[in-house]
Design a protein. Structure first.
Length: 98
């Protein structure tokens, strides 16, 4: 399995780095750079709306429930670290396909 710096396997799932662009038009999660994935969100960074939209987007993309995700670093920053809980091999396959 080839891991990039944008994501890595951890106990119980994946740790992913995401650079968020709020008010970026249509919601999308793409490869970004080797250091992070890129998320464009329609939501504004007000009252946690962008974080909620990011959680929903990543949950959809990885096929997990929103409760399986948590922001572990960067709650108020553009660069965020998330933990995605679930079937590690399946999650890694999805991440590698981004």
């Amino acid at each position: 399995m080839n891991e990039a710096a944008a994501w890595r396997v951890v106990d119980g799932g994946l740790a992913i780095a995401v650079r968020v662009t709020p008010r970026g038009g249509r919601d999308a999660l793409t490869a970004g750079t080797p250091e992070h994935l890129a998320a464009r969100l329609a939501a504004a960074p007000v009252d946690g709306a962008a974080n909620a939209a990011l959680i929903a987007l990543v949950a959809r993309r990885f096929g997990v429930a929103k409760r399986a995700l948590r922001i572990v670093a960067g709650e108020t920053a553009r660069l965020k670290r998330l933990h995605v809980a679930g079937d590690t091999p399946a999650l890694a396959e999805i991440a590698a396909g981004l």
